[in-house]
Design a protein around this ligand. Structure first.
Ligand SMILES: C[S@@+](CC[C@H](N)C(=O)[O-])C[C@H]1O[C@@H](n2cnc3c(N)ncnc32)[C@H](O)[C@@H]1O
Length: 215
C-alpha cells in the first residue's frame, strides 16, 4: 500500500528541469557521506531505498567510483529527479532509478547487494512497514553486506529533544500509525531477521546511523 508521505516531512522544491532540491537532503549529505566512508565496501553493488531527489546518490557514486549504485523511489516525480541528477552528473557507476515501494513484501528476490542505504524513512511509516523493510533488506544483502539506516529515533522509548518530541507528535497527529521508531526496537527487529549490529553512530541533529551486517 502506498502511504501518503506526511505534509512537510519530505519537502523538496523545484530546481532545474526535472530536478528537485530538498534543503534537508543538502544539510544531511555531509554527515551521511562521512559515515558511509567508514562502512562502504570497496567494490560491489549498493542499493539506495527512498532516494528522494537524488542529491545523495550522485554524491555517493562520485565518492565511491568502484561501487555500482542503484537508486530507487516510490514517487514518480522523485524518480524523474533522481534520473535528472544522474544525467547531469555524467557518472557511469549509477543505474537509472527504479520504482520501488520498499514497504511491499517480496521485492527482495535474491541477495544482490553489498550495501543498502536508507535515510529518513522509518519515522514516516508504520512499525509493520519498517519491519518489512528490514526483512527485505536482509534478504537482498549478500553475505558480508551492510545495511545503513539513518534518521531520527527514540532512545529506549524516549524522545530525547524538544524538536524530536514536536516532530514525532506532528507525524502522529497526521497518521497515528507512523512516527519515530525506537533504537532498541530497530535493533531487535534487525536481529530477528538475521542482521547483526556492526556500528551505531550519533549523528548531528540528534539523529542516529545504524550499520547492520549480514553474516
Ligand atoms: C524524507 S524523504 C528522504 C529522502 C532521502 N532519503 C533523504 O534522506 O534525503 C522520504 C522519501 O521516502 C520516499 N518514500 C515514501 N514511502 C516510500 C516507500 N514505501 N518506499 C520507498 N520510498 C518511499 C518518499 O517519496 C521520499 O522521497
Amino acid at each position: 500500500m502506498k502511504r501518503k508521505t506526511p505534509e512537510g516531512a519530505s519537502f523538496a522544491q523545484e530546481a532545474e528541469g526535472a530536478m528537485l532540491f530538498a534543503p534537508s537532503a543538502d544539510r544531511n549529505l555531509a554527515p551521511i557521506a562521512k559515515e558511509l566512508a567508514e562502512i562502504a565496501p570497496g567494490t560491489g553493488d549498493a542499493l539506495e531505498i527512498a532516494s528522494g531527489t537524488g542529491q545523495h546518490i550522485v554524491a555517493h557514486a562520485a565518492a565511491h567510483p568502484q561501487v555500482h549504485w542503484h537508486p530507487s523511489e516510490i514517487d514518480e516525480d522523485r524518480i524523474a529527479s533522481v534520473n535528472a541528477y544522474i544525467a547531469q552528473s555524467g557518472l557511469t557507476n549509477v543505474s537509472r532509478a527504479i520504482e520501488l515501494d520498499a514497504t511491499a513484501s517480496g521485492w527482495a528476490t535474491e541477495p544482490a547487494y553489498d550495501l543498502i542505504l536508507l535515510s529518513n524513512l522509518l519515522h514516516l511509516i508504520s512499525d509493520q512497514e519498517a519491519q518489512t523493510i528490514l526483512t527485505e533488506a536482509a534478504l537482498a544483502l549478500r553475505s558480508g553486506g551492510k545495511f545503513m539506516v539513518y534518521g531520527p529515533f527514540m532512545r529506549g522509548g524516549v524522545l530525547t529533544s524538544e524538536g524530536d518530541h514536536s516532530f514525532h507528535t506532528s507525524l502522529q497527529a497526521q497518521d497515528p500509525d507512523i512516527g519515530y521508531k525506537d533504537d532498541e526496537w530497530v535493533q531487535k527487529i534487525a536481529a530477528a531477521v538475521g542482521l547483526t549490529v556492526d556500528r551505531v553512530t550519533d549523528m548531528p541533529a540528534n539523529n542516529l546511523a545504524f550499520t547492520f551486517l549480514k553474516p
